[in-house]
Design a protein around this ligand. Structure first.
Ligand SMILES: [Zn+2]
Length: 272
């Protein structure tokens, strides 16, 4: 059983505001240690439940948050940026399942640090998705099911709406976009371990999230400058008088890569 873990930071235990998220911010060093705590809880439980290989993709910011020296010895670590299919880098059809650790609700919802890459909204074939949905669809295109999501209660809710069978571990309850009631680290570890063991125990039950191909992806940006920037990508169409840009994805690779390029470009034009 090969397990792929995509680890983000906004849905990690105790992380409640941007002070935890970027190098140089006052709580960043603490935040990355909390991320290691949650990721290690998943690795340990997955390993004890029979995983034969565990790959962790550090999928927050520039992908350099998890320190190899502090990661559970059973896993290998994908680190750094840029890399193809960023949050899902290295995933292939031979994995049994993907786990999302420290994930968060999409932009516009009241989840802790809610957002979706650098976009206001994303839809795939008309369905609203955030990072949970988009990345699960990408994994589904490769034939790999999502089995576990850890994060706040809003991330769990968003997961269940799209994929009711996926196991969720709630480590904090959102009070606002930048406040939460947090489980203690020991309670988090226990919850994550139990939910991971549950997911590992019924891996055969999960089905890959499937969407019709070619898939139509619509990205809504925060301002027209971002929409104008991404029109340099072949195959993009801008909706008149809006900040929405659409592309058609024929396969998994173009589905993710086009979005990833849009996110990278949008991040260079944050002025609004
Ligand atoms: Zn993140």
């Amino acid at each position: 059983m090969r397990i792929y873990i995509s680890a983000d930071m906004e849905g990690i235990s105790g992380v409640t505001n941007p002070d935890y998220l970027q190098p140089g911010e006052p709580n960043y060093e603490y935040g990355r240690s909390l991320m290691e705590h949650n990721v290690n809880a998943v690795i340990e439980a997955a390993w004890e439940s029979g995983a034969t290989e565990i790959v962790v993709a550090d999928s927050h910011g520039s992908g350099n948050n998890l320190r190899l020296s502090r990661l559970h010895a059973a896993a290998t670590l994908i680190s750094g940026f840029p890399r193809e299919h960023y949050m899902m880098s290295g995933l292939d059809a031979n994995f049994s399942a993907v786990f999302f650790v420290g994930y968060h609700a999409r932009h516009g919802t009241p989840g802790v640090l809610s957002h979706a890459y650098w976009f206001k909204n994303m839809t795939v074939n008309g369905i609203d998705v955030g990072e949970i949905g988009f990345n699960a669809i990408y994994a589904g295109m490769l034939g790999v099911p999502l089995a576990l999501v850890t994060g706040d209660d809003r991330a769990a809710e968003e997961t269940k709406l799209l994929m009711p069978d996926v196991v969720t571990a709630v480590v904090k309850h959102a009070l606002s976009r930048t406040a939460a009631r947090c489980l203690s680290l020991e309670q988090s570890r226990k919850e994550i371990a139990e939910r991971t063991t549950e997911a590992m125990g019924r891996l055969a039950d999960f089905t890959p999230l499937k969407v019709a191909l070619p898939a139509e992806v619509s990205i809504e940006f925060f301002h027209s400058g971002q929409a104008e920037l991404v029109l340099g990508i072949a195959g993009t169409i801008r909706h008149p008088n809006s900040t929405v840009v659409t592309y058609i994805a024929e396969d998994a690779a173009s589905f993710y890569r086009t979005m990833e390029t849009m996110a990278t470009l949008a991040n260079t034009a944050r002025f609004f």
